[in-house]
Design a binder for this molecule. Sequence first.
Ligand code: GAL
Length: 367
Amino acid sequence: MKKRMLAVLLASVTACSLGGCAGKKKDTVRTVKIGLTLYDQYDTFISELVSWFNASASALEEETGTAINVEVVDAAGSQTTQNEQVKSLIEKGCDVICVNLVDRTEPTTITDMAEKNDVPIIFFNRELVAEDLERWEKLYYVGADAFGSGIIEGELAAETFQSDPKYDKNGDGICQYVVLEGEAGHQDAIVRTEYSVNTLVEKGVKAEKLGYAIANWKRAQAQTKMTTLLEEYGERIELILANNDDMALGAIDALKVSELPKDEWPIIVGIDGTDVGLGAIKNGEMAGTAYNDKEGQAEAMLKLAFVLSGKDAKNGLSIDDIPLEKEKYVRLPYYRVTLDNVEEYIKKSKRKQDEGQLLTTEESEKE
Ligand code: GAL
């Protein structure tokens, strides 16, 4: 499934790079040009979000009668590359640029260029510090409420641990846990680790941290790190708190090749609700996740970009349609997903994905 998603994303990226993507623009007068630069196109959550952004752009074209041209580029982990990409997107005449910053402490080159050329910037997913967003009035941020994800993850872990004495494997009344963390310095990694553990304790679980590892949101890295943690702590681990689903899945990969029988696995919880993550809840490998609303974030970002472009042919959408906090931020909530409601999320994601894949594939073929 991941390969399929990536194929669609890459096809879309190529089509866009070759000169624009959304269809039906040839016979319309106005074209809104939106540039997107990604910190890493192979990041599962980001690739799913962009897929939905492309699908939503096609739907918004239909709705508004205004052509929307989306160009997606991958900075592949380099801030220097991303700065160059923004320069080039400005030169190509983008009305608005959406930036998934590689280094959240380095937005200055981008904001200076944007201000000089009067091109609004919507930063997304990787939140910069508030002072940097204040540097110019046309800088925005779209993302999720990181605190909420940590709280939901802690609640899910506590509820599962308290639901059955079997999870306290050594029967000492204490939950021994390990944490798999995303990138060092990323706002989500910092906040999720802190809030998941604090919530676990607030919910009445005595907890003891055995260890942690940084796995940069990546499944393969998490598998390697989890293998080491298993060598060190083995069956003492009763809970794995992963900062995202991909790392929870990496932990599951490590458990599968370990000698631990499945009924002795620790509780595993994640964050994101990616397609594969939802599948792991359905088959009982993961206890739950905090759903990171990629559809909501993609749609908010698209609508904001559209309004900021000032090119809406029908003037149907206005800035008042965007739920902006402090005139700059859109922060959407997370949702709890467990075995009880996972089907609902699988259906939602599948339906949206089918629409998304259909549209992006068609667009790619047209080019
Ligand atoms: C987080 C998401 C991670 C990863 C990261 C990239 O919000 O949960 O899976 O995509 O963003 O910045």
